[in-house]
Write a new protein. Structure first.
Length: 207
């Protein structure tokens, strides 16, 4: 059975669409991935530089992150089609959580661990964003899909902007390890939303 959300037969209003379980789950995957990714990503170069390493190390770690974010997008789409959007969103959250744990545990001089952490951070974001975007608009008319996607993108990017501001502040006040653990804790919010709506998403598979 697919967990891609119910097929909408009525014509809901724009406001009603955001009450649909699959819309909430899709948005949770997109926003949580953006917030946690930005929170940790912004602070990582500062963490490396504060430990005395040069820009070459920063570039290597951030290159791994960029690879995770974008290189696997075609594969992510196929996985979402094959296994369903819901499991891929959930997998994205799991990878984000693993990334946060690895980042929190890694010493500043453990470059390989930071490479792994930032790669998984990017890949987790990719899974949540691609599958969440696809899940968001399931079953709606083309004109409503465009409006939903636009509103969701606005919320997602604004959340990322707030996270980028908070990242430096939290890093300065608490340090990198605590910041990564804050990112891990924030994943509890989408986890609750997704768990709450799992049965709703399984009611009617998408054709």
């Amino acid at each position: 059975m697919s967990f891609d959300g119910p097929l909408t037969t009525a014509r809901p209003s724009f406001g009603d669409a955001f009450q649909r379980p699959h819309v909430r789950v899709g948005l949770a995957g997109m926003v949580s991935g953006q917030v946690v990714m930005v929170l940790i990503m912004i602070a990582t170069p500062l963490h490396i530089r504060h430990a005395g390493f040069d820009l070459g190390i920063v570039g290597m770690v951030m290159s791994a992150h960029t690879l995770g974010m974008f290189a696997f997008s075609p594969v992510t789409g196929r996985l979402a089609d094959r296994f369903g959007r819901y499991p891929i969103v959930l997998a994205g959250l799991v990878l984000l959580g693993i990334s946060a744990v690895v980042a929190a545990a890694a010493p500043a001089n453990a470059t390989p661990l930071l490479v792994i952490a930032l790669f998984l951070l990017g890949l987790g974001w990719n899974l949540g964003f691609v599958a969440g975007s696809a899940l968001l608009t399931v079953g709606f008319s083309p004109e409503l899909r465009g409006r939903l996607q636009g509103r969701a993108d606005t919320i997602t990017w604004l959340s990322g902007a707030v996270a980028s501001i908070l990242s430096g502040m939290v890093f300065e006040l608490t340090g990198y390890r605590a910041l990564a653990l804050v990112g891990l804790a924030l994943l509890a919010i989408p986890a609750v939303i997704i768990t709450r709506h799992r049965q709703d998403l399984a009611v009617a598979p998408v054709a």
